[in-house]
Design a protein around this ligand. Structure first.
Ligand code: UDP
Length: 416
């Protein structure tokens, strides 16, 4: 262990970093925590990630690499709760965490919490351990509510996010846009917010020849393939993408949808009903959840990945697609707004309405969009986004926070 190695406590209570990606509550945040923690471990830092035992009987402690432990906290049957009902039992999780930590005799230099529910645990740890607390919200409840889609986020979330923005020592966000949103909607102090982008696993996500990828996956060579990858949350705007297909009837196309919790779930049923409503069910394939290791051929097989979201704090799937050399059509969300350049690697559809999405997708299936851009050129647009670079920037953030005089925590963030 390096002498300047940090001991880091990470909290990810509602979603495990090794959970099933693409399901309702498990997506980019889990990828972020797993990849970041492993990189921090490679840099010689010690990381303990605390998550809950969601009753799949995982071992109490798992090693993700030599320096990274995943600790499953158990609070009995009550641990088996959905994200929205975890709030009242957070104190029980904190007690379980303290029991583990005392037995383990582990002290930490820094607390890094993810999402508002874990932010609350982070706040208690900040007070009790007198250590700096860095929060990442990943998405903001108030901004989700502004989109007007899906069930409204509860007021308790927004109240807690506001309190945490005041009481923590530092807030990390992945884009300048998220920083502006925190300042404008949460009155967060701009000097307290650090911007560090998320990353992409450049070793895993690499271009594969399109026809080879299609043959491997059993997709037609002579159809244009439009790809969606992600959770089935209404905020993802998949309904708009299904409707967009109605404007592309002149083409031989297939929309391949990756992700979701299975065909029987309400979310999947709703999307299937919508594809029937628009008369596009014959050209839509629901692939279900695909593990990340098996995703690269999907990206490579596609003519274009579409991100039709109403809101993304970052948008990892966009980077994964670009790393595989496949262009991206996206609404004006997350990092994609800045990263996509017409004629080079994709296109932004400021108005995410189905017709506008279709017009943009069309240019990628009829070949008029990309000038001389090859998959290698497209990949270069994300080459700075390695997880190693992300970890280096995060370590700088940790060290700066550890070296500054700690801002005393706010006395009460009960959010009530
Ligand atoms: N993902 C996956 N399998 C799936 C669907 C999604 O591995 O079937 C992964 C995908 O590779 C990406 C993450 O889930 O890394 C989704 O992250 P993103 O930032 O795009 O969306 P979020 O889930 O954070 O809203």
């Amino acid at each position: 262990m390096k002498t300047d190695a940090l001991n880091i406590a990470m909290f990810s209570i509602h979603s495990s970093p090794i959970g099933e990606l693409g399901t309702r509550d498990t997506g980019g945040m889990s990828v972020y925590i797993r990849e970041l923690a492993q990189e921090l471990g490679k840099h010689g830092h010690r990381v303990d990630i605390y998550t809950r035992n969601n009753h799949n009987n995982p071992p109490a402690v798992m090693y993700l690499n030599d320096h990274v432990r995943l600790v499953h906290l158990d609070i009995g049957e009550n641990g088996h709760l959905s994200k929205h009902t975890l709030y009242p039992v957070l104190e029980d999780f904190f007690k379980a965490l303290e029991v583990f930590r005392n037995k383990d005799d582990r002290q930490y230099d820094i607390i890094h919490s993810h999402y508002w529910l874990s932010g609350r645990l982070g706040h208690w740890a900040q007070e009790l351990w007198n250590r700096p607390h860095i929060v990442m919200f990943h998405t903001l409840g108030a901004i989700k509510n502004l989109t007007g889609v899906g069930l409204p986020e509860p007021e308790i979330r927004i109240t807690n996010e506001k309190s945490l923005a005041r009481s923590c020592n530092r807030i990390l966000v992945p884009t300048e846009r998220e920083k502006e949103l925190l300042v404008d909607h949460y009155d967060a102090f701009p000097g307290k917010i650090g911007v560090v982008p998320c990353g992409v696993n450049l070793n895993l996500f690499q271009p594969v020849d399109r026809s080879v990828a299609r043959r491997q996956l059993g997709f037609e060579q002579n159809e244009s393939m439009i790809l969606y990858v992600g959770r089935f949350d209404p905020v993802k705007g998949l309904d708009r993408l299904l409707e967009a297909l109605t404007h592309l009837r002149d083409y031989r196309i297939r929309l391949v949808i990756v992700g979701g919790d299975g065909p029987e779930t309400e979310d999947a049923q709703t999307l299937m009903r919508l594809s029937q409503k628009w008369g596009v069910q014959d050209i839509v394939t629901f692939e279900g959840r695909i593990t990340q290791e098996n995703l690269p051929p999907y990206y490579s097989a596609a003519d274009v990945l579409v991100v039709p979201s109403h809101y993304e704090s970052f948008g990892l799937v966009g980077l994964e697609s670009l790393a595989c050399g496949t262009p991206v059509v996206s609404t004006k969300v997350g990092v994609l707004d800045r990263l996509l350049q017409d004629g080079m690697n994709g296109s932004i559809v400021p108005n995410g309405c189905p017709k506008a999405l279709a017009l943009s997708i069309e240019t990628f299936i009829n070949g008029t969009s990309l000038k001389d851009s090859t998959s290698e050129v497209i990949r270069t647009s994300v080459e700075d986004y390695s997880w190693s670079n992300v970890a280096t920037a995060i370590i700088d953030e940790y060290k700066a926070v550890c070296n500054q005089n700690l801002i005393p925590p706010a006395p009460n963030i009960s959010g009530k």
